[in-house]
Every structure is written in C-alpha cells, then in structure tokens.
Design a protein around this ligand. Structure first.
Ligand code: ZN
Length: 246
C-alpha cells in the first residue's frame, strides 16, 4: 500500500499518533497508581485485627466457662464446710470423729480458697483480653480512616488523569479530521493490533521506527515526499516527508 498523500496529512497523522501516545501514557499512569495496593495492604491488616479479636473473644468465653465452674466448686466446698460445722454445733459429732471432721472442714476451706484465687487470676486475664480487644478496635478504626483517605485520593487522581486524557482525545479527534479515511483506517487497525507507536518516518534510507535500512526495491517506492507505505521490517505505517521536512 504505497501511495502519495499531502505532506500536511502525514504530519497531521504524526500528531494524531503523539496525542495517542500521551493518552497511552496517562492510562499507564492510572494503572500504576499505588493506591489500590496500599488499600489492599490496609484491608489485610484490618482482617488480621479482626481475627485477633475473634481469638481473644473465644479466649474470654473459655475463661467465663472456667470461672463459672470454679464458682460452682467454691460454693459446693463452702456448703460442705458449713454442713460439717452445723453438725458440730448440733453436737452430732462425737469427740473421736472431731479431728477428721475438722480436717475435712479445713480441706473444704482450702478448696474454696484455691477456686477463688484461680477465679481471680482468670478475671485478670479476662480484663487484659478486653483491653487488647479495645486497643485492636481502635487500631482498626484508624486503619479504616486511612483506607478511606487513600481511596478518596485514588478516585481524585483517576479523575484528574481521565480529564486530561479526555482533553487530549478531543484534540486528537480534531486532528483526525485532517487525515483521510483510508489512512486513518490503516492507522486504527495497526493501533488495535499492536498498540503503541505505529507511525514511522523514512529518511530515504532507514525507518526511524526500527532503525533498519529498507531493501532498495522497497526504498525506491518512497520516491516523493508524501509517499506512505508499510515498513517491511517493523510493519509500521512508514511515511516519507522529504529530505528536510519543515
Ligand atoms: Zn520499521
């Protein structure tokens, strides 16, 4: 497809390509914005915090169950001691049994004390777990705020980039009206096939897209300024603007 068009048309197509490159750059910038990754990292920390809270709550539940058991034990031991003391008071225990019963009472009292001490330790551990839950919850609230700020920044940056891209696209579309349809169709086809820069210039010897000297037979086809064809090496739209395009 070697033909000849007005040099002004080729220059317009070069500008179309430059606008498209700028738009490509902006879309690459949008894709490289760090906000999403940052928000994901924060969301992971929040999830870690929530798992830690669930674990602490499970621990608290176990503590509550143990405390209840210990309370029951203390109550039972105290009741047994009271029972024995009542028997002594009523004179139901004779002096030969007295020593054994007294020992029983003291054993019951010791069980009450052990249960109560263990219960207190557990309650201290429970309070500590509660404090940690509160502190983790506070950390999560701060992380949620940070995440919201990052996402708001992200939306703003994306909007800024999109606005710039739209402005450039408007300039590009205006410039496209200066290029004839057949050339535009070829350009669009190449852009959708390979993307990036699809227009190159021929300096009489080399294509500046791939820097390769064209075979003489092909180079000879670009015989006049305004000649346009396809580079035999890189398949870009190749245009010859003359020795010294002004
Ligand atoms: Zn080339």
């Amino acid at each position: 497809m070697v033909g000849t068009v007005d040099i002004g048309v080729l220059q317009a197509l070069q500008e179309v390509q430059k606008f498209d490159e700028e738009i490509d750059l902006l879309s690459a910038q949008s894709a490289k914005l760090p906000h999403e990754a940052q928000a994901t990292a924060i969301a992971q920390k929040i999830a870690e915090g929530e798992r830690a809270i669930a674990k602490l709550q499970a621990t608290m539940k176990v503590i509550d169950e143990r405390v209840t058991t210990l309370d029951d034990k203390a109550i039972a031991a105290r009741a047994k001691a009271v029972d024995e003391m009542t028997k002594i008071d009523k004179g139901e225990i004779d002096y030969r049994q007295m020593e054994a019963v007294t020992q029983d009472i003291s054993a019951h009292a010791q069980r009450v004390e052990v249960a109560e001490t263990q219960g207190l330790e557990l309650l201290t551990a429970r309070e500590e777990a509660e404090r940690r839950i509160e502190s983790i919850k506070q950390g999560i609230a701060e992380l949620e705020q940070a995440k919201a700020r990052i996402l708001a920044d992200y939306r703003q940056e994306l909007a800024t980039l999109a606005t710039r891209a739209a402005q450039i696209a408007a300039q590009r579309d205006a410039k496209r009206t200066e290029v004839d349809d057949e050339l535009l169709a070829r350009y669009d086809e190449l852009r959708s096939e390979r993307g990036g820069v699809v227009v190159a210039t021929f300096d009489g010897e080399r294509c500046d897209g791939c820097s390769i000297a064209l075979p003489t037979a092909i180079a000879e086809e670009f015989d006049a300024p305004g000649s346009v064809g396809i580079c035999s090496e890189c398949r870009r739209l190749l245009m010859y603007l003359g020795e010294d395009p002004a």
